[in-house]
Design a binder for this molecule. Structure first.
Ligand code: ADP
Ligand code: MG
Length: 232
């Protein structure tokens, strides 16, 4: 499905939030490396997707009404076979229904488990004055507690994207600490630039979050994505 048809189907359902499956498809089409993510609406279908994608896999709740999937027990990592996938499907459904009894649930997403890397966040928000603004930061507590983030107004040059990465206070973490390899700054800059180009070309996109992107010595991959579009 193209971005235009994803937007049309969301609007026909009165939604402004694109789910993880739709958002991943969109960013992959825009040239951003992200884990291929498929929607399952039964445990059997989840098992079939996992068999095709290859193990280990990750299962996640897909619901317009659940913003933080892990908070409701809606994410199961590192599932190694079909039986674990089927059990995780049922467990996630039960957890989500218990935590959010009134949530409308679209299904459960299936994707490959990515290898461990440094978690960073690439995002876009719409500023009432400046319009689309890109955001970059380190994942987890660094963003939530330390507010260690860099911003640039869209459109960005390659130099802007690289500067955002070196601007953050926790930059040393990306240089590699305690024997950890350094993160691939070019791959991260490429992700920032591709998102920047995509949102510049699609003014209907009001927010876009890749949280987290896993940064490696060689490459980077987004494992979670959400997009908010404007109304009408
Ligand atoms: P949410 O942010 O809604 O709680 P995420 O999709 O970000 O859910 O998943 C929670 C965490 O699980 C991520 O921050 C990441 O650490 C891990 N994770 C999610 N998807 C993958 C994946 N495909 N491979 C490896 N780790 C993952
Ligand atoms: Mg996330």
């Amino acid at each position: 499905m193209s971005f235009e048809s994803v937007v049309a189907s969301a609007r026909s359902e009165g939604r402004t939030l694109l789910n993880e499956v739709e958002a991943k498809q969109t960013v992959i089409e825009a040239g951003v490396p992200a884990t291929e993510t498929r929607l399952a609406t039964s445990a059997d279908e989840a098992r079939k997707h996992a068999d095709e994608l290859g193990y280990p896999v990750v299962l996640k709740i897909v619901s317009n009404d659940i913003a933080h999937k892990s908070d409701v027990g809606g994410v199961k990592l590192n599932l190694e076979n079909g039986d674990q996938v089927a059990a995780a499907y049922d467990e996630i459904m039960a957890n989500a229904r218990k935590a959010e009894p009134n949530a409308s649930i679209q299904g459960i997403s299936v994707q490959k488990m990515a290898k461990p890397g440094t978690e960073v966040i690439v995002g876009m928000t719409t500023d009432p004055q400046f319009g689309p603004v890109m955001m970059f930061g380190l994942g987890g507590v660094m963003v939530e507690v330390m507010k260690d983030v860099a911003f640039r107004v869209v459109p960005l040059s390659d130099r802007d994207a690289r500067q955002m990465i070196t601007d953050i206070k926790g930059k040393a973490i990306l240089d590699g600490v305690r024997g950890q390899p350094p993160a691939d700054v070019s791959a991260l800059a490429n992700t920032i630039l591709k998102v920047s180009e995509f949102v510049a070309a699609h003014p209907e996109v009001k927010e876009l979050d890749l949280n987290p992107v896993l940064a490696y010595e060689d490459g980077a991959v987004a494992v979670d994505a959400r997009i908010v579009i404007g109304e009408n």
